[in-house]
Design a protein around this ligand. Structure first.
Ligand code: MN
Length: 137
């Protein structure tokens, strides 16, 4: 086996699709694992006020806050603030959203696994301004 090295310069930053995100969000690919790995990792950059739509992951998701100030919420629970070094662990098949604080940039490393059947993220409606605007716990 040989080392695989993905140079940053070979993988341009992508703009996240408006269908699944509110505001401007940029994604830097980190890893799409090859079988038997089902691991996926993406470094995601949210501009102030930007966030994901409601969604869920078949095997859950781990978010490592890298820079700025962010927000995360599991449906039915309070909004939580995320700061650099914080890790948020989202359980499997649980509706949630994550994004930047209203007035700050935010970057997190998002890590998840596809389902055993190859299924990925299930996307739902956008997060309303009312839900997004709730004060973090
Ligand atoms: Mn998520």
């Amino acid at each position: 086996m040989k080392l695989k090295l993905h140079r940053a310069s070979d993988r341009p930053t992508k703009v996240a699709p408006a269908e699944n995100f509110t505001g401007t969000v940029m994604q830097d690919p980190v890893l799409v694992g090859e079988a038997p790995s089902r691991m996926r990792a993406t470094n995601v950059h949210f501009t102030p006020g930007a966030r994901t739509a409601w969604h869920q992951h078949p095997v859950g998701q781990t978010l490592l806050a890298v820079s700025g100030i962010g927000r995360v919420q599991i449906e039915g629970e309070p909004v939580q603030e995320l700061r650099p070094g914080d890790t948020a662990i989202i359980p499997p098949n649980t509706r949630h959203w994550h994004g930047a604080a209203p007035d700050r940039l935010f970057t997190h490393l998002a890590m998840s696994e596809t389902g055993e059947d190859g299924s990925g993220t299930a996307w739902f409606e956008h997060v309303s301004d009312t839900d997004y605007g709730k004060k973090p716990a």
